[in-house]
Write a protein that binds this ligand. Structure first.
Ligand code: HEM
Length: 277
């Protein structure tokens, strides 16, 4: 064997040994690659991210908490959000005055659902948490597109990515759970694709004033999807829902809302301050 062949053989053996060493742990024991800190811009656009939605209603006992302590509760929540900022992204919306079953709702994003659970447990132990009842909790996970992909539906896919939100900064957030019938899930993919194309076509025009986000919940909660929207134009949102009520896909919905949760967008601290007033 010549010198060059020996050298090549040595390099290949070295690379193999390194690869084997790197794979020494069985797959299940390898630590999940969790990012060091949560970045809003990233976590809100990535697939395989958990979204935990919780609506809460204040008990009458909250009114008996001295005004000073109620105000201090806002700082306490701010500190808690800060404490967990490497594990979860927390958004809190004010629903008091707009909803019957809640005064505020949370949307918590995490790569690891257990971290979102820990945050929620600690929130329930804060002053405002101790005086609140949970009225709804929904868990979902983000995914890539199932239907309107470049390959399956190139025209609508291009429309989806060319439209950008150009309205005023959204002041409203909405959460709408959706569940579909067994008949839907038993349809062949090509039929479902056609239905989702008729869902997407009339909605593209609304992307200029409605921001959307979809979470998948089948099997991890009692719904199939959690849909989340932000807008500054509730009339446009109302027209969007009417457009979707009138497409055949709507016949397969066994849950569409129930509850529909509408809140206003503020910092977590300001939501609690508003509830403390
Ligand atoms: C700006 C408005 C909207 C646009 C552009 C839009 C677009 C889309 C697209 C492209 C998909 C397919 C995703 C995929 O390929 O996997 C989809 C799915 C979905 N959308 Fe919309 N949508 C809008 C509004 C809404 C509204 C208002 C609702 C109801 C509250 C809704 C509920 C859903 C649901 C539940 C799915 C999942 C359907 C399934 O996988 O069976 N969307 N939407």
């Amino acid at each position: 064997m010549g010198k060059t062949s020996k050298l090549r053989l040595g390099l290949v053996a070295g690379a193999l040994a390194a690869a084997l060493a790197a794979n020494a742990l069985p797959a299940a024991a390898q630590p999940a690659a969790a990012p060091a800190a949560i970045e809003r811009g990233k976590i809100l656009t990535q697939p395989n991210v958990f979204g935990l939605f919780t609506t809460l209603k204040l008990n009458a006992s909250w009114n008996a908490v001295p005004a000073k302590a109620r105000m201090a509760a806002a700082d306490e929540v701010k500190r808690l959000v800060e404490k967990h900022k490497d594990n979860v992204l927390v958004d809190i919306y004010l629903t008091r005055g707009l909803e019957t079953q809640s005064d505020y709702f949370l949307r918590v994003h995490a790569y690891d659902l257990a971290k979102a659970q820990t945050f929620m447990r600690e929130l329930r132990a804060t002053t405002v948490g101790r005086h609140s009842e949970v009225t709804e909790t929904l868990v979902g996970i983000t995914k890539g597109l199932n239907y309107i992909t470049k390959d399956q539906s190139p025209g609508l896919n291009a429309g989806l990515f060319s439209a950008t939100y150009s309205g005023d900064a959204p002041r409203y957030a909405l959460m709408v759970p959706v569940k579909k019938s067994a008949e839907w899930w038993n349809k062949p993919l090509e039929d479902r694709l056609k239905e989702i194309e008729t869902h997407t076509a009339p909605t593209l025009a609304f992307l200029v004033n409605v921001k959307r986000k979809l979470y998948h919940s089948t099997g991890i909660d009692d719904t199939d999807f959690i849909t989340y929207f932000e807008t500054n134009d509730l009339l446009a949102f109302n027209n969007l829902m009417i457009a979707l009520a009138s497409v055949p896909e709507n016949k397969y919905h066994v849950r569409w809302g129930s509850p529909t949760v509408l809140g206003t967008i503020h910092s977590p601290e300001n939501v609690i301050k508003a509830l403390a007033e």
